[in-house]
Ligand binder design. Structure first.
Ligand code: PMP
Length: 361
């Protein structure tokens, strides 16, 4: 007899849960998980390989548990006077968020999030035994300072998580909302800024609010703008005391010496790695304009993807794009699909396929 999950003595609060499940398919044009689809420059790749090769020669030893060089490099990259003592890193910002919930959430504690938002926030909450509480957004997926204050006062959670720009909507998160949330909660406020580098250049990050706000945590990732998703490097900027809290829950040596070497090398070439960001923003804006011309309703976006409504049958359009070698994301938001901005050629392939599908329907 085949054993299923239900036959196992799994934790009661994990029964019936679904794992993160973005499809991983080998297709010509993959625009479904908001990666940076631009390959990294060859000279940078070579430098990364040389750094990793040097690290391999010492692979018999455990890595620097404090990943000092990486924290210094990340602090330098972020600027805003942020120091290495304020930086933490882990295997993707997912792991950073998990460590935050291990330290500040857990059984008997709760976290407020604002759906539709990044699905891993609630999955990590459940995995750490933290109660996931849903807040209400305003029209157009916005969260005003008044709304965030009211929802925090209504739900009184231990942690509040805001995603800006928000995935999957692309919606901006303004500093006024973050300030209002910080003032309204006595708990931890985590701002997930995975897509910060795609914001308009003149828009301030939550990093500018860190000074004097010890309960504010800002997470970032090298997976998106930095084109480093495969390496798994996410990070956090916060008060050094928060970093001390994370040391209590991280596994020793959680960042391998290969990861550390690769990330430090990539950060040495931050300008080159980020050179693609402008093109991605251009392709994103092209998607918004073309979708509107085609009669869809793209939402305004500050990220590297576009959520668009006006899709009569999202599942059908998803499948028809897939038949043409193009994968986008069907998030089960009625009438909507999400597409990541690709290279110019990938973006063109998506837009032309969608035009064909629309004309044929
Ligand atoms: N936060 C948000 C909002 C995301 O969209 C993602 C990835 N899709 C992550 C965090 C996690 O990224 P990573 O673990 O690769 O850093």
């Amino acid at each position: 007899m085949e054993i299923t999950l239900d036959d196992l003595p799994i934790r009661d609060d994990l029964r019936g849960q679904s794992p993160y499940g973005a499809p991983q398919k080998k297709v010509r044009v993959a625009l479904n998980v908001n990666e940076n689809t631009h390959p990294i420059p060859e000279d940078v790749a070579r430098d990364i390989v040389e750094s990793v090769a040097a690290a391999v020669l010492e692979i018999n030893r455990y890595p620097d548990r404090e990943f000092t060089a990486l924290r210094e490099a990340l602090a330098g990259y972020l600027g805003h006077g942020i120091t290495a003592e304020q930086i933490w890193a882990a295997n993707g910002s997912n792991e950073v968020i998990q460590q935050i919930l291990q330290a500040f959430g857990g059984p008997g504690r709760s976290i407020l999030g604002f759906p539709p938002t990044y699905s891993m926030h609630s999955i990590i909450a459940k995995g750490t035994g933290t109660e996931w509480v849903e807040g209400r957004r305003d029209e157009g997926f916005q969260i005003s300072p008044e709304t965030v204050r009211a929802e925090i006062e209504r739900t009184k959670t231990d942690i509040v998580i805001l995603c800006g720009p928000n995935n999957p909507t692309g919606t901006p998160l303004y500093l006024e909302t973050i300030e209002a949330a910080y003032d309204a909660t006595p708990g931890i406020l985590l701002v997930d800024e995975a897509y910060a580098e795609f914001m308009p250049a003149d828009q301030p990050s939550a990093l500018t609010l860190l000074e004097g706000r010890p309960r504010l945590l800002v997470s970032r990732t090298m997976s998106k703008a930095f084109a480093f998703a495969g390496a798994r490097v996410g990070y956090l900027a916060a008060n050094p005391a928060v970093i001390d809290a994370l040391r209590l829950v991280r596994l020793p040596y959680h960042l391998s010496s290969l990861t550390q070497a690769a990330a430090v090398a990539a950060l040495r070439h931050a300008d080159e790695m980020l050179a693609m960001v402008d093109d991605i923003k251009l392709q994103r804006d092209r998607i918004v304009d073309t979708l509107a011309e085609l009669g869809y309703q793209p939402w305004p976006t500050w990220s590297n993807f576009v959520l668009f409504g006006g899709v009569d049958d999202p599942h059908d359009v998803f499948e028809k794009l897939l038949e043409r070698g193009i994968i986008v994301r069907d998030l089960a938001i009625p009438g909507h699909l999400r597409v990541s901005a690709g290279t110019e050629a990938e973006t063109t392939a998506f837009l032309e396929a969608l035009r064909d599908i629309k004309l044929a329907s």
